[in-house]
Write a protein that binds this ligand. Structure first.
Ligand code: GDP
Length: 297
């Protein structure tokens, strides 16, 4: 399970401080030292850890703790709040355009889980929000990618717009939006091509698709298991494509959690959903507060 190591370490650190009727500067120093090591070991970005520890320290020796009747618990509350804030604070919602269809563009490296997540998101929108999405196969480089999305569409009993591998992805995206309008779909989810690494051709194509359909959301799908690489990928996609949010996949695996804890701080873009398995109903809105509580117990 994700975050297990981090959760164990932080919880044992917090246990030491929880019952304290008085929290000294030395206590805070020891606590933040342990939190710092635990976060670094969980593969959280170095600079992110540094800033976070600074904020926790300031607050933990501040008035709210000193004047509290239960200073130990107050310190833990501070750590929880800061962890939650780090991951994005309040959970942000998915866009809904006043002039449907709402267009969502999915981007990411090959294997991150883009196609699966496109299906999961369509399923989520239909099930939880009563929407009628159109899935769009705009990865024309791998015939298998189109087949895969069509299979997902069949599993969900949901339409897929595809034009084979000869069409231009920009035209596909544009035509799909037109078709969605004509057929009264209120969401369009465009599954774009990925590559093994961030490269210029890929970015150019994604920029062109983005310019052609002006999406309401541009989601980057990243694999949580890839740790700091996920953070670097998010940073470069955000710089070049200006993403609006992140979907973190494979959080059901035994990831150390560094990506989840660093992406918002590094890109300033929220993690909106978490992939929790291979099945099409295993997508969850990402709740920073809930996640912080889970980690701290
Ligand atoms: P794409 O190349 O980015 O379109 O990636 P795919 O959608 O084909 O997914 C790559 C692999 O990751 C597939 O085997 C998926 O079943 C798997 N996958 C995607 N999301 C998740 C997830 O949240 N958890 C797990 N365990 N596997 C996932």
């Amino acid at each position: 399970m994700a975050f297990e190591g981090l959760a164990d370490r932080l919880q044992s650190t917090m246990k030491k401080i929880t019952g304290k009727g008085k929290v000294s500067e030395q206590d805070v120093k020891e606590m933040t030292r342990e939190v710092r090591l635990a976060l670094l070991e969980a593969d959280v970005n170095f600079k992110v850890v540094k800033d976070l520890i600074k904020r926790i320290k300031e607050r933990a020796v501040g008035q709210e703790v000193m004047e509290s009747l239960t200073p130990g618990q107050q310190v833990i509350k501070v750590v929880k709040e800061e962890l939650s804030e780090l991951m994005g604070g309040e959970q942000s919602k998915i866009a809904a355009s006043d002039r449907p269809p709402t267009v969502i563009m999915m981007a990411g490296l090959q294997g991150a889980g883009k196609t699966t997540t496109s299906g999961k998101l369509a399923n989520h929108l239909r099930k939880k929000h009563n929407r009628s999405p159109l899935l769009v196969a705009a990865d024309v480089y791998r015939p298998a990618a189109i087949d895969q999305l069509e299979t997902v569409g069949q599993q969900l009993d949901m339409p897929v717009f595809a034009k084979g591998t000869d069409a231009n992805p920009v035209d596909i995206a544009r035509e799909a939006v037109e078709q969605a309008k004509a057929e009264h779909h209120d969401y369009v989810i465009i599954d774009t091509a990925g590559r093994l690494h961030v490269d210029e051709n890929l970015m150019d194509e994604l920029k062109q698709i983005k310019a052609a359909v002006n999406p309401d959301e541009t989601f980057l799908v990243v694999d949580a298991m890839t740790g700091q690489d996920a953070v670097n990928v998010a940073e470069s996609f955000n710089q070049q494509l200006e993403i609006s949010g992140v979907v973190l996949t494979k959080l059901d695996g035994d990831t150390r959690g560094g990506a989840a804890l660093s992406i918002k701080a590094v890109t300033d873009k929220p993690i909106k959903f978490a992939g929790m398995g291979e099945k099409l109903d295993q997508l969850e809105p990402f709740h920073p507060e809930g996640m912080a509580s889970r980690i701290l117990g």
